[in-house]
Design a protein around this ligand. Sequence first.
Ligand code: ZN
Length: 337
Amino acid sequence: MEPDVRIFEVSLRDGLQNESVFVPTEDKLAHLHRLIDAGVKDIEVTSFVRASRIPALADAEDLVARLPRVDDVRFWALVPNPIGMDRALAAGITHVCTFLSASETHNLRNVNRTVRESLAGLRKVIGTAVDEGVRVRAYLSTVFGCPYEGDVPVARVVDVAKALMDLGADVLALGDTTGVGLPGQVEQVLEALDAAGIGPDRIALHAHDTRGTALVNVWAAYRAGVRRFDGSVAGIGGCPYAPGAAGNAATEDLVHLFEASGLRTGIDLDALGAAGREMESLLGRPLPGRMHQVMASACAADAGSNREGPGGSGTEGHNSTDRNGSDLQAHAAGASG
Ligand code: ZN
């Protein structure tokens, strides 16, 4: 049965790209298998950027070479430029994500190019993808506000989005990079895009929860007809200590929101919860997702009540040691928000 809403899982890429801990390839693959077992069908697995820029994703080729073959699951990789596209194709990737900022300054800071220069590179990337039969998802970052410029005019968003979609991208993912968007703004942007010929059926929402507005924005977009939403297990992503770069909408929270509202995601929340707890012990710090925390404490209580005799903490390997406390890492350059 077709789901009512499609979840696009980004924990392995957007989630891990700002982590100072390198998660070994084996552990990434184990996480990926948990996502597949939970019913996730679209998984962004890595990024073909220079390893020196994002060390957390330095194993892109190795990871892609070891992806399982699963008929109805699509593995996506982020490519920043034609060189990244060539690497992705050589590795056997058939679904790519590109990125561009709606605001000039963020684009310059992120990839050291103007929007116009980036579009020229993307023309090549997307052209190659179309020739090779590769699906393209185009992230448009800073749609609802820019950390350097502040407000981003809706007309500007529409212009850049149109230029991007005219190159041949299949899906436009609207990125609220620093989580400043509000529901009214989401409606306004979607309406303007629709009027410009980019309807909600070609749009995904990529929300970050910096100000606690990710889910309300998701719901506003759902009400406006959007059916694709990005999530990251347990809400990982960004840097917990850098204002303006908090994690993605948590995948567990999205699944709970939709399923509890009677909408099918095709994803098993309990199985997803297990993936979140594993990720927490891999990263060695408490993770922010709300449903993640609800399910983790229910598990801990269960484990506690199953123990014979007193004294069991029942935390099942939850390691709450905070290894990132002294390790502030700036938002990685060359990273899609
Ligand atoms: Zn993001």
